[in-house]
Design a protein around this ligand. Structure first.
Ligand SMILES: [Zn+2]
Length: 107
């Protein structure tokens, strides 16, 4: 029984690794599958040193969803290991802000 348990633990490792988000294309697929419109990937203007320029972040539109839908999407994304910055309201000290959106980033 112990060997069987070990076997299942070892089998779970690649599944865990392959389900991780690796770049912005995974984030786009994630957002679009849930009906969110991607407004920015690697282009556009972002803060200096932004993960957008490294191909590790996207922005999605929030105005076409209710707050509750957006909150559920944030929870879903975080459960998938995605870093989410809620920019529905301009964050203090943020020099570049393009309007209400969510910023999704690969960890
Ligand atoms: Zn962003």
């Amino acid at each position: 029984m112990k060997i069987l348990k070990l076997f299942f633990i070892l089998m779970a490792i690649p599944v865990f690794l392959f389900s991780q988000m690796s770049d912005y294309r995974d984030l786009v697929a994630f957002a679009e599958a849930r009906g969110f419109v991607v407004t920015s990937t690697t282009g556009g203007s972002h803060s200096a040193g932004s993960a957008h320029y490294q191909g590790r972040a996207i922005d999605v539109r929030t105005l076409d969803h209710t707050n509750q839908q957006v909150n559920e999407f944030i929870r879903d994304a975080r459960n998938h290991g995605i870093i989410v910055r809620d920019e529905r309201v301009r964050p203090p000290n943020q020099s570049v802000w393009s309007g209400p959106h969510l910023h999704l980033q690969v960890p």
